[in-house]
Design a protein around this ligand. Sequence first.
Ligand code: TYM
Length: 355
Amino acid sequence: MAEKQEVVLSGIRPTGRLHYGNYFGAIKQFVELQEQDQLCYYFIADYHALTTAKERVDYFRYTLDMLRTYVACGLDPKKSVIYRQSDLPCTAELNLLLSMISNIGHLERGTTYKDAIAKLPGGNTDGPDGNPISYGLMGYPILMAADILIVQADKVPVGDDQRQHVEMASDMARKFNHRFNCEALKIPQGVSRNALRLPGLDGGTKMGKSENNDLGLLDDPKLVLKKVKTIPTSTDPGPIQGDSDAPADIIPQLAPGLAVIYTLLDLLAPEDVYLDFVGKYRRGEKFYGMLKNTLAEHINDFNAPIIDGFHAEGNNDESVKQFLMENAEKVTPVALDTVENCREAMGIGRSLYRA
Ligand code: TYM
């Protein structure tokens, strides 16, 4: 008998254009896993985008653009089930059921919540209107757990920044099964220890859209050069002493701006090009201008086919809407099954109208 396929699930918020952190942290793995014999669910997390919305944003437009970028990056809606989170509204029902077993103290330790608090002036959570952080944002990890658990996922390919959220999802599944003495939820595996956290172009610890330090997959050559030129290199302490030909990893020893340049070059350029620049650094040559131009060229070579794929004739709003509809239908049965089992396990019984 054939072995059971592993179930893979991951999502990305529709925050505008996809960046290199999204690609090397997540999408690259999505494409690799799709080519293996796995059942892959990839979605656009539009409910999650709402957790930080301060006004109406055209998330649907962003969703369509992101789907077209997914396709341009090699995701195939015939091989992977690609859908929009809000087209699977029973996720919101599972989110509600899981919220009943979620401890507020744990949620307060969630990275998204803590980051939002840290960004408040003076870390102040009790202004005249009370805590400005929404209930929805605090519940971010519960909704994420609902996404993962609803399809009974084994594997969740994400960047390193999402490690804690995936652990919280595993903990919730364990707790649910234990508390209600059932096996309604599968426990997903933890995030790979090789998961990447790509730094930002400003040298910040994480590249992100809201950090405004990102390099986009659809950025054109002019913008790429402008962004690369602004990567700070002035604070670098200078060449590392020692064997000038040693091809050892220099990145951990570099100042943040130069570290992001070498990280990107390592991801994009052939090994000999990368090692040549490692040698130049060790020998203390003056080469930052050339380094930045070379990096910009490699970024443009990487972006060019994605930009072409984004604008390709068959890759348009109508075609992505069509596969969104078809794929939402594919994921719905397994999702409803999970929700019904959870309802049953908790004692409210199965839905009468859905039966
Ligand atoms: P989002 O949109 O913030 O990020 C989407 C994916 O991109 C990865 N990523 C990075 N990886 C490495 N370095 C970076 N600088 C970087 N920036 C972003 C993230 O790790 C993520 O894999 N909460 C999720 C969306 C989500 C989800 C889920 C993911 C909602 N439900 C269920 C998996 C399973 C998020 O981080 O989105």
